[in-house]
Design a binder for this molecule. Structure first.
Ligand code: FE2
Ligand code: FE2
Length: 362
């Protein structure tokens, strides 16, 4: 029996299902590649795709095949035609919901960098960073970090999909940003590794994808958004816009996250990930707006609306994420999904164990 791959770097263990479609996909992935049942995607048209657990997990299951894959899952599933078709069926309502959410932000005469600055200036999201800085307790901070681990343990990877799709100034700018994200080639400086130390100091599992079951749909949506833009060449403008918005709204919140951890008594090892971003992203935001997005649009002017759409979508989904956390905390409950109910011991009848109440759904 070969040694399992290092849990730190993936592949992740398959998560639990959240509805009929994700259950069918999970069932299929556990077996050799084969055609999925016809009509499986017909159930994927929920009222709110961004917060629909079954749709977002289905997308995440499909997308992860292009990142680290899944533990024990045949790698040939990555390009299985019926799985790709199902993914497309899941992407349609998700993309439509994003468009409903943000519309088509106008491109100002001053150019795309000015448009990005306007979107960021108008972004009045719920005060998640200020809450974490001043009021959150350790349990809430651990929750926040748990949500973010889905992204930060593979930090920068979704935007790297753009590299082979670009040439010229935008490519040079993206390489400059990503080089920092990947620690200039030093493992201990990679942002994903800095974040791993934050998880460690907070006593949380540092395994890649270890917290997927705890991450609700809106958290998966923040990740699926990047994969949607990253895995489709036609969305390269939106992907760069998303990165720009991310970098332009990073420096101050990261200062607040670091201060919040210090307030709670955590040490420099725990705050390094956030401290690093205060400086780095103050630089990245300039590169991202002017050299990256400005550079792209100078070469491909038709992509300007997509750049602003990607930025607006990133900001809007992040607002939903922040609202979810703050809403749950205001109501006195966890923002994470509950753990799996304990397995019943053998020979105990389901009917005979009324004391095992299911956990409240978040
Ligand atoms: Fe980073
Ligand atoms: Fe950055």
């Amino acid at each position: 029996m070969p040694e399992p791959a290092d849990r730190r770097y993936g592949p992740a263990t398959l998560p639990r299902s959240r509805g009929p479609v994700s259950a069918a996909v999970l069932d299929a992935l556990r077996r050799p590649p084969h055609d999925l049942p016809a009509g499986l995607g017909a159930d994927l048209d929920p009222a709110d795709p961004i917060t629909d657990e079954d749709l977002q997990l289905t997308l995440f299951l499909c997308y992860e095949l292009h990142y680290r894959g899944w533990r024990g899952v045949d790698e040939a599933w990555e390009w299985q035609p019926t799985l790709l078709a199902l993914r497309a069926e899941a992407e349609r309502p998700f993309a439509a919901a994003l468009r409903r959410l943000v519309g088509a932000p106008p491109v100002p005469a001053a150019g795309v960098a000015a448009g990005l600055a306007e979107l960021v200036a108008a972004d009045d999201g719920p005060p998640l960073a200020a809450t974490l800085q001043r009021h959150a307790d350790l349990t809430q901070f651990r929750e926040f970090v748990t949500h973010r681990s889905v992204y930060h343990l593979r930090e920068a990877d979704p935007h790297s999909w753009a590299l082979p799709r670009l040439g010229g100034p935008a490519k040079a700018a993206l390489v400059e940003i990503q080089t920092d994200e990947y620690g200039n080639g030093r493992l201990d400086r990679m942002h994903a590794e800095l974040f791993r130390r934050t998880l460690e100091r907070l006593g949380l599992d540092t395994g890649y994808g270890a917290h997927l079951d705890a991450a609700p749909a809106v958290t998966l949506a923040t990740n699926n958004l990047m994969s949607l833009f990253g895995l489709h060449r036609r969305w390269r403008g939106a992907l760069l816009g998303h990165l720009a918005a991310f970098e332009m709204t990073s420096s101050l919140p990261n200062r607040r996250y670091g201060n919040g951890l210090r307030r709670l008594g955590l040490d420099e090892e725990a705050t390094r990930f956030y401290d690093e971003h205060v400086e780095a992203d103050a630089v990245h935001e300039q590169i991202a707006a002017h050299d990256l997005c400005g550079g792209l649009v100078r070469v491909e002017p038709a992509l300007a609306p997509d750049v602003l759409f990607g930025a607006a979508a990133g900001l809007a989904v992040d607002r939903l994420f922040a609202a979810h956390l703050l809403g749950c905390w205001a109501a006195g409950r966890s923002s994470l999904r509950p753990p799996a109910p304990p397995a019943l011991p053998p020979k105990v009848s389901l009917v005979a164990s009324p004391e095992v109440a299911p956990p409240a759904l978040v």
